[in-house]
Design a protein around this ligand. Structure first.
Ligand code: GDP
Length: 426
């Protein structure tokens, strides 16, 4: 049985918390896309952690954590993260790394930086972790798979050929020093030493596991609207954020993904540039929500950047759920809204004088103005409530309004950052 936990919005929906929570009854947790560019914040019995590359299942003794072939594998980041959690008292996790995962090279990070510098004010707001250059190389077929670390001669030959192209760009476009091949080979030897104990044919491991009835969780990074095909292109990430890609990025049959838990945030937040229709433009109002949001404020887990804040966007979230193929919704951070007298919800986009309910392409999105409906707030702290019926009526109305807009059952309501702060609905 395979379950995917994915985001319906712009990321930061609280997938880490939901994965950590569902991990309790899982055997295997797989990261299938993205890299160490975004982060999940998790609060559990060991403390508070910001994970960037490790799957959110690393806190359990009984789970195996997998870095699938679809991930942008930053080997030093992976090992830094393992050491960090172990030094904070978490038992050493069982980790497997796909032999088909590709490696974020030291020069990917440099190219990311140089390109952002070159674009200056017109940049994509990259986290500069080398993710876009990494995926560009992967699809240009000049990436390096983990398996290739183990054949030095072929690796060097390949690197030499890659460097002809890279060094031409470095010299002429960016005016920077060339890549030193000997030094890069030395780094790759170190990477090999770090990763060797964990390397595995993940697809075959998962095939056997699924056959044996193991419970597998696929953990997505970012959300639907950052998907390179279906999101707000070009302000997207470089790998697919969709549950469907879980089949590819983990190497399992698509029909095995039976449950798609789509995490929807009770309000909106986004990092970096890009269209964001329901953004709160009144800065003091946005800042109040930002400060109260998430667990300790809405600031990026990797970059510390303040997130852009918005009201719940039913148009974007409905689309986000549909494109994920959501079988159920986990509605998160609802407790944060308890201070508001009334809560606007964006229920339509006005584009060229017409109100639309379907999420448009980016060109049209740029012209969209939000159409709001306002619901009364509940003015109560709902943390600690464990039964749906005990929630204030206005709070239930807010949830049920959203559920109707999404057209997908809201089966979980998260009312606090902690692992057990969750209300299940039948
Ligand atoms: P992810 O990348 O989707 O895992 O999301 P992030 O970790 O970036 O952001 C979610 C933030 O909200 C984290 O700080 C979580 O601890 C916190 N969080 C998750 N669920 C809840 C919730 O229901 N209530 C509150 N107050 N915080 C939550």
């Amino acid at each position: 049985m395979v379950t995917a936990v994915v985001g319906a919005n712009w990321g930061d929906e609280g997938k880490g918390k939901i994965t950590d929570m569902l991990g309790e009854s899982a055997d295997i947790i797989v990261r299938f896309q993205g890299g160490s560019n975004a982060g999940h914040t998790i609060v559990n019995d060991y403390g508070k952690f910001a994970l960037h590359i490790l799957p959110s299942g690393v806190f359990y003794n009984h789970t195996t954590s997998i870095i699938g072939n679809g991930v942008a594998l930053n080997i030093p980041d992976l090992f830094r993260e393992i050491n960090e959690i172990v030094s904070q008292g978490v038992p050493k996790p069982k980790i497997l790394v796909s032999d088909r995962a590709q490696i974020v090279m030291p020069y990917h990070k440099l190219f990311d930086q140089y390109e952002e510098e070159r674009l200056a004010g017109k940049s994509f707001g990259s986290t500069k972790s080398g993710i876009a250059p990494f995926y560009s190389d992967k699809y240009a077929k000049i990436g390096i798979q983990v398996s290739e670390l183990f054949d030095e001669d072929t690796l060097r030959e390949k690197l030499e050929s890659i460097c002809v192209q890279k060094n031409a760009l470095l010299e002429h476009l960016y005016k920077k020093p060339p890549i030193d091949i000997d030094e890069t080979m030395e780094t790759l030897r170190e990477y090999r030493g770090m990763v060797e104990p964990y390397v595995c044919d993940v697809s075959s491991f998962l095939y056997e596991a699924i056959k044996a009835g193991k419970r597998v969780l696929l953990e997505g990074q970012l959300g639907s609207l950052k998907d390179p095909d279906h999101g707000i292109y070009p302000m997207v990430t470089s790998s697919s954020t969709l549950a469907a890609y879980g089949a590819i990025g983990a190497g399992i049959p698509p029909y095995e993904i039976k449950r798609i838990v789509t995490v929807v945030k009770a309000y909106s937040s986004a990092v970096g540039a890009g269209e964001f229709v329901s953004e709160i433009l009144d800065e003091p109002v946005a800042d109040e929500l930002r400060k109260r949001g998430g667990d300790g404020g809405e600031y990026g887990a990797t970059t510390g950047r303040p997130r852009r804040m918005g009201w719940f966007d039913a148009v974007a979230s409905r689309y986000g759920c549909r494109i994920q193929g959501a079988t159920e919704v986990a509605l998160t951070v609802l407790d944060v809204l308890g201070y508001l007298d009334e809560i606007p919800i964006c229920v339509g986009y006005e584009i060229d004088g017409e109100v639309v309910k379907d999420f448009p392409t980016t060109v049209k999105l740029a012209k969209a103005k939000p159409v709001y409906t306002t619901l009364p707030g509940w003015k109560e702290d709902i943390r600690g409530i464990t039964e749906y019926d005990k929630l204030p009526e206005n709070c239930r109305n807010y949830i049920e309004f959203i559920e109707k807009e999404l057209g997908v059952p809201v089966k979980m309501v998260s009312n606090g950052p902690g692992r057990h702060e969750i209300i299940y609905r039948d």
